[in-house]
Design a protein around this ligand. Structure first.
Ligand SMILES: [Zn+2]
Ligand SMILES: [Zn+2]
Length: 234
């Protein structure tokens, strides 16, 4: 094939140099791929991104063979066609690092004010606060795990403890009803800390009452007198 021959891509419709921008294939009459290299790369990339199984396998390989992967990555970075990508990526990483550092510095300088604002927001509208929290967790699942651990740590640090038998007895004592709205509880009762753990309450059975899911969520980290339980307003 001559240097000057151009071929029209069936995907993007552009005419490009046949021997540079198309693959040689034996399955077509003219011996060239119908789509240009760029268009084929876009499709391949999308397929790769969608292939969770393959990516998980590769991730595992990288973990199992750190040294091989390090060498492979170094060679990849040194290839001239990847130079621009490497440059752009390291610039992005540096910018992100600066932004993170600024965020951390701001948090350190204003920690107590930030925590107080969050606490007041939770008290003012626990449902809105929970919603904000959920959205933040969806964006960053890592934070959910960290919060889980923090909550567990707080539980462990809490005074007192109770057994499963004590909890069962407590449920019976309340006749399977919610302590707050007095309704029969559908499904599994929630163990509500009357004085929330986060506010110094104990994990002892004396501080725990059965609650329906709705009341448990609504009460959140409030003290009983900070919370208009449904029974109080009826
Ligand atoms: Zn194309
Ligand atoms: Zn209830």
């Amino acid at each position: 094939m001559k240097e000057s021959t151009v071929h029209r891509c069936s995907k993007c419709g552009l005419c490009k140099p046949a021997n540079l921008e198309f693959f040689k294939v034996t399955t077509s009459k003219i011996g060239l791929s119908r789509r240009c290299r760029d268009c084929i790369a876009v499709v391949a990339r999308a397929k790769y991104v969608a292939d969770e199984e393959l990516r998980e396998k590769q991730r595992q390989y990288r973990l199992d063979h750190p040294e091989e992967f390090r060498v492979y990555r170094q060679k990849w970075r040194e290839r001239p066609e990847n130079r621009e990508h490497v440059r752009r990526h390291s610039r992005e990483m540096r910018d992100a690092e600066v932004r993170n550092e600024q965020g951390r510095a701001y948090y350190r300088a204003n920690r107590s004010a930030i925590l107080e604002t969050q606490r007041l927001r939770r008290l003012a509208d626990p449902e809105l606060a929970a919603d904000i929290q959920r959205r933040s967790w969806q964006k960053n699942p890592m934070r959910l795990r960290i919060n889980d651990r923090r909550r567990r740590a707080r539980m462990l640090a809490a005074e007192g403890s109770h057994t499963a038998a004590e909890w069962q007895a407590k449920i019976l004592e309340y006749g399977g009803r919610c302590r707050w709205c007095q309704q029969a509880i559908n499904g599994t009762p929630h163990a509500d800390h009357v004085i929330p753990i986060s506010r110094g309450g104990s994990d002892d059975i004396s501080n725990i009452v059965p609650s329906c899911e709705t009341c448990n969520k609504r009460k959140g980290a409030k003290l009983p007198d900070e919370w208009p339980a449904p029974s109080a307003s009826i």
